[in-house]
Ligand binder design. Structure first.
Ligand code: NAD
Ligand code: GLY
Length: 386
């Protein structure tokens, strides 16, 4: 077991819980530090982890930067960074595009033209900042070190870990991207307190996903009341569940870092239809909301194929509804065609065949290829209401 858990008592401060999960990828290994009030000590944390750069390039967005950039700058200065550059991208999925990616590359080159002054790239934000910024860090000078500082629940449990970094392009989610592991993930759960309720709910979608296909124990824990504690950001439950999800993801990524063996596909439960819906709905849905609907659609398909029982479908739907997440999307009839077209462009499709991750019971899954299109159509129709 590569995870450790500790209760940290700070001088004159409250008792706080923290966790460390190691992602074991040989020379690309890194720790994920999960705790409360990590930001003020970030400079020291980076140095302790061997990140000795004098310069930092921070990618964030106006909303998150407005809340946390000055604290971050102060922490970096205290840790001995002499130059801290701030670069902002738009605060939504619409900003996860090639032009913004190119804008980050331009800013990197303009600010750091000298090979001798390579910065540490710090990604302060949700999945959009993390995915786009990690991609830019991976291609600037063929790769400069970067640190993920997730500020959404979704980024804490999922996108900040595992090294998939990308932007949307040509109407397809995450189609331009690379694998690029961070040097460190610092997840300060105190930063989640400023999230609005919708974004907290959105983050629970990926947590439900882990429970539904990776861990029956997590699913049960959510059903037994942890879900409501999570929605209230109760610190001990939050730390515990974020660490649990990161451990689950780390174990999957360690077995199939480059998504070549079919193992990592488990993380895509709900994503084939969910991604298509997310883009087709023109950003009316958050990522987590689209994935919640995608999980319902995939489960509909699994039921049609006789792969899972009604009990699983009912439990999943109940949990999604308890999280305040949608189970369907009210759409004009023409959206159906857009969703199907977007699915056909999905990067998981191989040689014209669809590849879907379907649940087979709580905490279990199977990858199914070449599902008959009429069944896929029916599953999509089941989640699109007039
Ligand atoms: P996001 O990055 O768009 O953030 C959601 C919103 O929350 C934004 O408006 C942001 O400004 C705001 N916000 C962020 N932190 C805040 C804070 N602490 N306080 C107040 N507001 C805050 O969305 P997300 O849900 O974090 O990420 C979704 C993205 O992640 C999608 O693009 C998805 O494709 C990607 N993703 C990637 C992976 C991966 O493995 N790389 C996994 C899952 C999702
Ligand atoms: N979010 C899917 C993956 O990391 O593989």
């Amino acid at each position: 077991m590569l995870a450790s858990r500790a209760v940290v008592r700070q001088m004159c401060g409250p008792v706080m819980q923290s966790s460390r999960v190691d992602v074991d990828l040989g020379s690309r290994s890194y720790p994920v530090l999960i705790g409360t009030e990590l930001l003020p000590g970030l400079g020291g944390i980076l140095r302790e982890h061997g990140l000795k750069q004098a310069n930092a390039f921070v990618v964030t967005n106006p909303q998150v930067g407005g809340l946390y950039f000055s604290a971050l700058e102060k922490a970096l200065t205290a840790g001995g960074f002499t130059r801290v550059v701030r670069h902002e991208i738009p605060a939504s999925e619409e900003g996860k595009n090639w032009d913004e990616f190119s804008g980050v590359c331009t800013a990197l080159l303009e600010n750091f033209p000298d090979t001798g002054a390579v910065p540490l790239v710090i990604l302060l934000g949700g999945g959009v900042v993390g995915d786009l910024g990690g991609f830019a860090a991976g291609v600037f000078r063929r790769g400069v070190p970067f640190v993920q500082m997730p500020t959404t629940l979704l980024a804490a449990v999922d996108s900040s870990v595992g090294g998939k970094v990308a932007v949307n392009f040509g109407g397809v989610k995450n189609i331009m991207g690379i694998f690029n592991q961070p040097r460190l993930v610092v997840c300060d759960l105190a930063l989640l307190r400023t999230l609005d309720a919708r974004e907290v709910r959105s983050g629970t979608s990926e947590i439900i996903k882990y429970g539904a296909v990776c861990s029956g124990a997590l699913f049960q824990q959510l059903e037994d009341g942890a879900l409501e504690h999570l929605l209230a950001l109760k610190p001990d439950v939050l730390t515990d569940i974020v660490a649990h999800c990161v451990r689950l993801k780390a174990r999957v990524v360690e077995q199939d870092e480059f998504d070549k063996k079919g193992i990592r596909n488990v993380l895509n439960f709900g994503h084939t239809i969910g991604h298509a819906l997310e883009l087709s709905a023109d950003y009316a849905l958050t990522h987590g909301e689209a994935i919640a609907i995608g999980m319902i659609a995939a489960t509909h398909l699994a039921r049609a194929l006789g792969q899972c029982d009604a009990g699983f479908a009912i439990r999943l739907r109940d949990l999604i509804l308890r999280a305040g997440l949608p189970v369907s999307f009210a759409a004009a009839p023409e959206l159906f065609d857009r969703v199907i077209r977007a699915m056909q462009m999905d990067k998981k499709f191989r040689e014209g065949k669809n590849v879907l991750v379907l649940p087979t019971g709580v905490g279990q899954w199977e990858q199914v290829e070449n599902v008959a299109w009429p069944l896929v159509h029916e599953a999509v129709r089941a989640v699109l209401t007039a």
